[in-house]
Each structure stands twice: as structure tokens, then as C-alpha cells.
Design a protein around this ligand. Sequence first.
Ligand SMILES: [Zn+2]
Ligand SMILES: [Zn+2]
Length: 242
Amino acid sequence: MPGRSVIRTALDILYPRRCPVCHGITPGGSLICPACEKRLPFISGRRCRKCGKPVSRAETLCRDCASVPHVFTQGIGVFLYDEVMRSTVSAFKYRGRREYGIPLGVLAARAAAPALRAWRPGAVVPVPVHAAKLRRRGYNQAEVLARSVAAEAGLPLLTKLLVRRKKTEALKNLDPEARRKSVTEAFGTAAGVRCPERVLLVDDIYTTGATADGCAAALRAAGADRVYVLALCIGGGYLTRY
Ligand SMILES: [Zn+2]
Ligand SMILES: [Zn+2]
């Protein structure tokens, strides 16, 4: 039987890996070009201790987490949603670059490794997309990411546990209360799939946490005790403005 590296090399020739930042073929089958990796906006420094958003020196919680209680336990974001990530995520999500989820998931799992060690989740669960969107796009980008995160972190992946019952399109036009109601109704869990006590929810972008809370509420109702959130990117998009 040929070794893994031989198979990998053969696959690289057939399907050369493309860099999620410059879209070129990566050198030697690496995940990302070394120069492009340097351009990635890894979040470092102080973070909101609830959602993981960058905060100033004086804050322990971001403005949103200080004013709106969350259903999820704790979260971490890997990248700022800047111009580089906007373009990468847009290719991954809307221009069919499904394979970008693999290197992005590996980078996310590596960056979040200390949090994952502390949280000890029993399974990785992607934020589900509505069936109509799944048909249109062909894949759920959060599931592609979650699969890569689970493989890199050595955790089981549960893709059938959490389900999306309703579309939640116009969230940004709703006030926080209406938004919460809308997302809580949008998610549920499938009967017959056991929910672990500690779940790691994976999504591509975290903004206000409304989606994460909707998922966390459904997972808690199914028996989860702690719901952690790993977001590839963390955006601004504060609910509370002042
Ligand atoms: Zn590149
Ligand atoms: Zn926060």
C-alpha cells in the first residue's frame, strides 16, 4: 500500500492546493503561502472574556457582552474580519472555493488550541444553514470549517445534531429582543442524535452573537451544559452604539 505522503503528493498533482489569500498554488502543497500567512489578521492581545472580540485595555467585556447576556458559555475568534479575510471568506463562501475551508480550519484549530484544551469539548458542531441556502451554495461553509477543525483537534464532528428550521435573513433590522426571538425559533436539534455535555460550535463569522445564542439555546435544550464558540472571523457590528 502506498504511504500517506505518496497519496498526498498524487492528490497535490491532480488537485493542487490553492492559497486562500492569493488564490495561487501553494508551494510544496503547504496550507497557505508563507508570505500570505503573514498577512492574516490573527487576533492577539486583550479579548472580551465572553465572546473573544478584541477589547481595549480598560475593558474585560466588549460593549455587546456588557449589555446583552449570552446563551453560549464562551467564544473565541481567530481572525479580524478585515479586507484580507473579507476577500478570503467571500471566495470560500460565495465563489465556490470550498477547499479553502480546509487550511482555514487547520489554522483556526491551531490558533484556538489553548482554548480547546481548556474547554475540552465532546464534539464539534457546525452552525447549520437553511436547506434552501444549502441547495443554492452546494455546501455549508461552517460545516467544511468544522470538519477541518475537528480533524486537526482530534474531536468528533456532529453534522446532524443541530438543524436550521427557518431562515433568519433580516436580523440586522431587528431590535435585540426581536432578534433573539427570531434566532431561538430558527434552530432546533434532531431527535435521536445524542448531544454531548460540552459542545464546540463552529461558524465562519461572529458579529453580535445572535446566531451563536440561537444555536446554544437549542443545544442546551437538547442537554448541552456548556456551548463554546469558535469563529473563523470576528467582526465589529456592535449591537449597542454610543
Ligand atoms: Zn498566497
Ligand atoms: Zn464580547
